[in-house]
Write a protein that binds this ligand. Structure first.
Ligand code: ATP
Length: 186
Protein backbone atom coordinates (compact mmCIF):
# COMPACT_ATOMS: atom_id res chain seq x y z
CA UNK A 1 0.00 0.00 0.00
CA UNK A 2 1.37 3.43 -0.93
CA UNK A 3 1.45 6.05 1.84
CA UNK A 4 -0.80 9.14 1.75
CA UNK A 5 2.08 11.54 2.32
CA UNK A 6 5.87 11.35 2.31
CA UNK A 7 7.86 13.89 4.34
CA UNK A 8 11.43 14.31 3.12
CA UNK A 9 13.73 15.83 5.78
CA UNK A 10 17.06 17.42 5.07
CA UNK A 11 19.56 19.32 7.18
CA UNK A 12 23.25 19.69 7.70
CA UNK A 13 25.22 17.62 10.21
CA UNK A 14 24.00 18.14 13.78
CA UNK A 15 21.11 20.32 12.63
CA UNK A 16 18.86 17.86 14.48
CA UNK A 17 17.34 15.63 11.81
CA UNK A 18 17.23 12.58 14.06
CA UNK A 19 16.11 14.62 17.09
CA UNK A 20 13.09 16.16 15.31
CA UNK A 21 12.10 13.10 13.28
CA UNK A 22 12.33 10.95 16.45
CA UNK A 23 9.96 13.39 18.20
CA UNK A 24 7.60 13.38 15.24
CA UNK A 25 7.63 9.58 15.16
CA UNK A 26 6.87 9.52 18.88
CA UNK A 27 3.84 11.78 18.30
CA UNK A 28 2.55 9.95 15.21
CA UNK A 29 3.18 6.49 16.68
CA UNK A 30 2.06 3.69 14.38
CA UNK A 31 0.65 6.05 11.73
CA UNK A 32 4.19 6.58 10.47
CA UNK A 33 7.17 4.71 9.14
CA UNK A 34 10.67 6.23 9.38
CA UNK A 35 12.89 5.54 6.40
CA UNK A 36 16.61 6.25 6.28
CA UNK A 37 18.32 6.38 2.92
CA UNK A 38 21.57 5.76 4.75
CA UNK A 39 20.30 2.38 6.05
CA UNK A 40 20.93 0.36 2.86
CA UNK A 41 24.28 2.11 2.50
CA UNK A 42 25.27 1.19 6.03
CA UNK A 43 24.02 -2.39 5.82
CA UNK A 44 25.93 -2.99 2.60
CA UNK A 45 29.04 -1.41 4.10
CA UNK A 46 28.74 -3.43 7.33
CA UNK A 47 28.47 -6.70 5.41
CA UNK A 48 31.30 -5.87 3.05
CA UNK A 49 33.71 -4.77 5.79
CA UNK A 50 32.45 -7.06 8.54
CA UNK A 51 31.42 -4.15 10.79
CA UNK A 52 28.77 -3.80 13.49
CA UNK A 53 25.61 -2.54 11.73
CA UNK A 54 23.87 -1.32 14.90
CA UNK A 55 26.87 0.82 15.81
CA UNK A 56 26.94 2.23 12.28
CA UNK A 57 23.23 3.09 12.51
CA UNK A 58 23.58 4.73 15.93
CA UNK A 59 24.82 8.16 16.97
CA UNK A 60 28.23 6.80 17.93
CA UNK A 61 31.70 7.96 16.94
CA UNK A 62 31.96 4.64 15.16
CA UNK A 63 29.82 5.90 12.26
CA UNK A 64 32.04 8.99 11.94
CA UNK A 65 35.08 6.74 11.37
CA UNK A 66 33.49 5.30 8.26
CA UNK A 67 31.54 8.33 7.01
CA UNK A 68 34.13 9.43 4.46
CA UNK A 69 34.58 5.98 2.93
CA UNK A 70 30.82 5.39 2.83
CA UNK A 71 30.29 8.72 1.05
CA UNK A 72 32.85 7.83 -1.61
CA UNK A 73 31.51 4.35 -2.18
CA UNK A 74 27.85 5.42 -2.25
CA UNK A 75 28.68 8.25 -4.68
CA UNK A 76 30.12 5.74 -7.12
CA UNK A 77 26.88 3.72 -6.96
CA UNK A 78 24.76 6.90 -7.39
CA UNK A 79 26.70 7.91 -10.48
CA UNK A 80 25.31 4.86 -12.24
CA UNK A 81 21.83 4.94 -10.69
CA UNK A 82 20.80 8.04 -8.71
CA UNK A 83 17.71 6.35 -7.28
CA UNK A 84 19.45 3.19 -6.10
CA UNK A 85 19.49 3.88 -2.34
CA UNK A 86 16.12 5.65 -2.30
CA UNK A 87 14.51 2.66 -4.02
CA UNK A 88 16.29 0.20 -1.76
CA UNK A 89 15.27 2.08 1.41
CA UNK A 90 11.62 2.35 0.33
CA UNK A 91 11.44 -1.30 -0.65
CA UNK A 92 11.76 -2.23 3.05
CA UNK A 93 9.21 0.33 4.29
CA UNK A 94 5.97 -0.94 5.79
CA UNK A 95 2.49 0.11 4.76
CA UNK A 96 1.80 3.16 6.93
CA UNK A 97 -0.09 6.32 5.89
CA UNK A 98 2.85 8.63 6.66
CA UNK A 99 6.42 8.03 5.58
CA UNK A 100 9.18 10.10 7.18
CA UNK A 101 12.43 10.03 5.22
CA UNK A 102 14.91 11.47 7.68
CA UNK A 103 18.07 11.97 5.64
CA UNK A 104 17.60 13.45 2.17
CA UNK A 105 20.94 14.79 0.90
CA UNK A 106 20.79 15.36 -2.86
CA UNK A 107 18.69 17.11 -5.45
CA UNK A 108 18.57 13.71 -7.15
CA UNK A 109 17.03 12.17 -3.99
CA UNK A 110 14.20 14.72 -4.23
CA UNK A 111 13.98 14.12 -7.97
CA UNK A 112 13.64 10.35 -7.50
CA UNK A 113 10.94 10.72 -4.83
CA UNK A 114 8.96 13.26 -6.90
CA UNK A 115 9.22 11.12 -10.04
CA UNK A 116 8.15 8.02 -8.11
CA UNK A 117 5.54 9.38 -5.68
CA UNK A 118 4.51 12.64 -7.40
CA UNK A 119 2.43 15.00 -5.24
CA UNK A 120 2.68 12.85 -2.10
CA UNK A 121 6.03 14.53 -1.48
CA UNK A 122 6.59 17.38 0.98
CA UNK A 123 10.13 18.64 1.56
CA UNK A 124 11.29 19.95 4.94
CA UNK A 125 14.62 21.63 5.68
CA UNK A 126 15.97 21.75 9.23
CA UNK A 127 18.33 24.65 9.79
CA UNK A 128 20.64 25.42 12.70
CA UNK A 129 23.38 28.02 12.99
CA UNK A 130 26.96 26.73 13.05
CA UNK A 131 27.58 27.68 16.67
CA UNK A 132 24.66 25.52 17.83
CA UNK A 133 25.82 22.65 15.63
CA UNK A 134 29.32 22.90 17.08
CA UNK A 135 27.87 22.76 20.63
CA UNK A 136 26.17 19.51 19.54
CA UNK A 137 29.49 18.01 18.47
CA UNK A 138 29.88 19.19 14.87
CA UNK A 139 33.50 19.44 13.72
CA UNK A 140 34.30 20.40 10.15
CA UNK A 141 35.81 17.47 8.26
CA UNK A 142 37.44 17.91 4.88
CA UNK A 143 35.91 15.56 2.31
CA UNK A 144 32.70 15.26 4.36
CA UNK A 145 31.43 18.79 4.99
CA UNK A 146 32.55 20.37 1.71
CA UNK A 147 31.26 17.74 -0.72
CA UNK A 148 27.92 17.07 -2.41
CA UNK A 149 26.52 14.75 0.25
CA UNK A 150 26.57 17.67 2.71
CA UNK A 151 26.21 20.70 0.41
CA UNK A 152 24.10 19.72 -2.60
CA UNK A 153 20.86 20.95 -1.02
CA UNK A 154 22.31 24.20 0.40
CA UNK A 155 21.03 26.13 -2.62
CA UNK A 156 17.73 24.27 -3.01
CA UNK A 157 14.99 26.82 -2.41
CA UNK A 158 11.72 25.00 -2.98
CA UNK A 159 11.21 23.61 0.53
CA UNK A 160 7.59 23.19 1.59
CA UNK A 161 8.69 23.95 5.18
CA UNK A 162 11.81 25.30 6.86
CA UNK A 163 12.22 24.64 10.59
CA UNK A 164 14.72 26.55 12.72
CA UNK A 165 16.41 24.17 15.16
CA UNK A 166 19.24 26.51 16.13
CA UNK A 167 19.50 29.69 18.19
CA UNK A 168 16.03 31.09 18.94
CA UNK A 169 14.24 27.84 18.14
CA UNK A 170 10.75 27.20 19.44
CA UNK A 171 9.93 24.39 21.87
CA UNK A 172 9.81 21.10 19.97
CA UNK A 173 5.99 20.74 19.96
CA UNK A 174 5.74 24.19 18.34
CA UNK A 175 8.51 23.38 15.86
CA UNK A 176 6.46 20.40 14.73
CA UNK A 177 3.14 22.29 14.51
CA UNK A 178 3.45 23.22 10.80
CA UNK A 179 3.99 19.53 10.03
CA UNK A 180 0.83 18.58 11.91
CA UNK A 181 -0.97 21.25 9.87
CA UNK A 182 0.24 19.59 6.67
CA UNK A 183 -0.93 16.22 7.98
CA UNK A 184 -4.33 17.56 9.02
CA UNK A 185 -5.10 18.14 5.34
CA UNK A 186 -4.84 14.42 4.56
N1 ATP B 1 16.05 21.06 19.61
C1 ATP B 1 16.99 20.38 20.27
N2 ATP B 1 17.03 20.46 21.62
C2 ATP B 1 17.98 19.77 22.32
N3 ATP B 1 18.91 18.96 21.76
C3 ATP B 1 18.91 18.84 20.43
C4 ATP B 1 17.96 19.54 19.62
N4 ATP B 1 18.19 19.22 18.32
C5 ATP B 1 19.24 18.36 18.32
N5 ATP B 1 19.68 18.13 19.58
C6 ATP B 1 20.80 17.25 19.98
O1 ATP B 1 21.91 17.53 19.13
C7 ATP B 1 22.60 16.34 18.77
C8 ATP B 1 22.63 16.21 17.26
O2 ATP B 1 21.29 16.04 16.76
P1 ATP B 1 20.91 14.92 15.70
O3 ATP B 1 21.65 13.64 15.94
O4 ATP B 1 19.43 14.85 15.62
O5 ATP B 1 21.51 15.65 14.40
P2 ATP B 1 21.56 15.10 12.90
O6 ATP B 1 21.19 16.24 12.02
O7 ATP B 1 20.73 13.85 12.80
O8 ATP B 1 23.13 14.81 12.79
P3 ATP B 1 23.95 13.82 11.83
O9 ATP B 1 23.73 14.32 10.42
O10 ATP B 1 25.34 13.99 12.30
O11 ATP B 1 23.41 12.42 12.05
C9 ATP B 1 21.88 15.20 19.45
O12 ATP B 1 22.55 14.89 20.65
C10 ATP B 1 20.49 15.79 19.74
O13 ATP B 1 19.89 15.19 20.86
Amino acid sequence: MAPSIILLFSGKRKSGKDFLTDHLQHELKDRCEVIKISAPIKSHWAKEKNLNLNELLSHSEYKEQYRLEMIRWSDSVREKDYGYFCREACSHASAKPIWIVSDIRRKTDIRWFKETYKDLIKTIRIVADEETRIKRGFQFQDGVDNVASECDLDDYDEWDLVINNGEGRLPVQEQLNPIHQLLSKL
